[in-house]
Write a new protein. Structure first.
Length: 55
């Protein structure tokens, strides 16, 4: 209940985005390999941003 109004940190937002991109990659991997590879590249960029953020 106390976490209800807590805002997410930048790293938490990036982590959520990364997970979403990986799910999309997995779904697309059986349908369209080119689009799946593009999603994986986006996910790697987000991972680099996460690594750049220091806690």
């Amino acid at each position: 209940m106390f976490g209800l109004f807590k805002k997410k940190s930048e790293k938490e937002k990036l982590n959520d985005q990364y997970k979403k991109l990986l799910e999309e990659y997995h779904k697309l991997s059986t349908i369209d390999r080119k689009k799946a590879d593009m999603k994986m590249a986006e996910a790697e960029e987000v991972a680099k941003k996460m690594d750049a953020i220091k806690d």
